[in-house]
Design a protein around this ligand. Structure first.
Ligand code: GLN
Length: 468
């Protein structure tokens, strides 16, 4: 049996009774069981709950007919959640041994809303422990492999979410993006990944990494699916005071002005990545959009500011895992978490606060202003997600600084709180996924989606899955 690769096609098949929800769960769980040993993308499978929900959905479809698809817009959508999202009654570990046996008593808003919209949760995805990492290699439960080539990393920290999707273990996945953790794995695994505007999707019930930067997003195989999920997850829930429903909707125009920030195309950008984006730019021009070069001169300080602000917030957020309230004791923290707790405590301590934390916050303000100014000139920005193609497992693990530099093109969107969508554009000569990110002003998701969809139509993009 084959299953459809998008929400629209899956729901059409369900409507026509070509398939039912129990069949879908059968298919995905069987595929996980047979293949995940080599990918290591799934930490927990929630088999019983999945079947229970599938049967419930099948009954709803029987009873309500097509109305079920209106009342439950994500009915039949099988999802694997990143293990940062609390899932009631399903183990949630953040891929850390500290939480190895933790079973939450409530679900994150994102999980809850997707559940209520008809999603079927199949399980939880592997990731870098506490979302610290860019390759998936920091998981306490072993690294995830890139399904397109098992010797390469899938990108992190939402490694399992992207790898599971590219492996066709489910239809969609969720992720968190504090500095690229959705966009990078999406880029490395050939799927779409959305980091929404900070303040669009509630962080309630998601294990906090760095609270002023954390964005709750998702992965899917095409832009239409990304849109459908955001429709369900966005908006205030009363539990996250940074989430607002008061924002200006952007008008979608036929033709947009796209900025190419020159600082994102400097030294260190791999030739093949650069070429692929140049090709995308040519496509946009051919489609009639205007493309202009713009400057974001403080981009070079973004990653330095991020690696001060983020550990500062991490050191505060991880203080609650003291072995008294949740999970196991502090000695179960891995090296990367310890490194960040120490760095964070240092930059916040008296005598160093002004020199490091305060200065980084000032740089952040400058970057925010610069980003605001650039969106006075252009509608959207196009940029690489990462300076390189997926790298080999083990290539950067001994050099944390080198690993941190993987995020140089990701940091701007998180520091400025703007939305960014990573989309696939094809494959490299050696069969690894290529793509780019489109960024826009705060709450401009609809403009980004529109352009991304038009681009995919233009290049005749078809979602594909890795052969396992
Ligand atoms: N690679 C970044 C880090 O390790 C990104 C983390 C994230 O987005 N969760 O901090």
């Amino acid at each position: 049996m084959e299953v459809p690769l998008t929400i629209k096609e899956t729901q059409e098949a369900l409507k026509k009774r070509k398939i039912n929800c129990v069949d879908l769960v059968d298919y995905y769980l069987d595929r996980i069981e047979k293949n995940d040993e080599k990918i290591n993308s799934v930490l927990t499978v929630s088999k019983e709950k999945a079947y229970e929900k599938a049967r419930k959905n099948d009954n709803l479809i029987k009873e309500l007919g097509d109305r079920a698809f209106i009342e439950f817009p994500l009915i039949g959508v099988c999802v694997i959640h990143k293990d940062m999202f609390l899932t009631r009654g399903i183990r949630t570990t953040a891929a850390s041994k500290v939480l190895e046996d933790y079973i939450p008593s409530y679900s994150a808003t994102v999980v809850d809303r997707m559940d209520k919209a008809g999603c079927i949760t199949l399980g939880k995805a592997n990731q870098d422990a506490w979302a610290h990492g860019s390759s998936g290699e920091n998981s306490d439960f072993g690294p995830t492999k890139n399904p397109w080539n098992l010797e390469y990393v899938p990108g992190g920290s939402s490694s399992g979410s992207a790898a599971a999707l590219a492996s066709n273990f489910c239809l969609v996945t969720t992720g968190t993006d504090t500095c690229g953790s959705i966009r990078l794995p999406a880029n490395y695994c050939g799927v779409c990944g959305l980091k929404p505007t900070y303040g669009l999707v509630s962080r309630y019930g998601v294990i906090a990494m760095a609270s002023s930067l954390d964005s709750m997003g998702h992965f899917a195989r095409n832009v239409d699916d990304v849109k459908r999920i955001l429709e369900v997850t966005k908006g205030p829930d009363g539990y996250d005071s940074t989430v607002s429903s008061c924002y200006r909707e952007f008008r979608v125009k036929d033709f947009v002005k796209i900025g190419v920030p020159r600082e994102f195309f400097g030294e260190g950008l791999e030739v093949e990545v650069r070429r692929s984006i140049e090709k995308a730019i040519e496509t946009f021009e051919r489609m009639g959009h205007q493309v202009v070069e713009v400057g974001l001169p403080h981009t070079e300080y973004a990653i330095a500011a991020y690696y001060i602000i983020q550990p500062a917030e991490v050191s505060s957020n991880l203080a609650r895992y003291d072995g008294i309230r949740y999970g196991r004791g502090r000695d179960f923290f891995g090296d990367e978490a310890k490194r960040r707790i120490m760095l964070g405590s240092y930059v916040l301590s008296s005598g160093y606060y002004d020199a490091y934390y305060l200065k980084a916050m000032k740089v952040r303000s400058v970057i925010i202003k610069e980003v605001e100014d650039v969106f006075e000139q252009v509608d959207l920005l196009i940029a690489p997600v990462s300076p390189s193609l997926p790298f080999q497992l083990g290539e950067k693990t001994s050099d944390p600084l080198k690993m941190y530099l993987t995020d140089i093109y990701a940091a701007t969107a998180n520091l400025a709180g703007i939305p960014s969508l990573a989309i696939p554009s094809g494959f490299s000569d050696n069969g690894l996924p290529l793509g780019f990110q489109l960024m826009g002003p705060r709450f401009s998701e609809n403009v980004i989606f529109d352009l991304a969809e038009k681009y995919h139509r233009e290049i005749n993009y078809k979602p594909s899955i890795a052969e396992l």
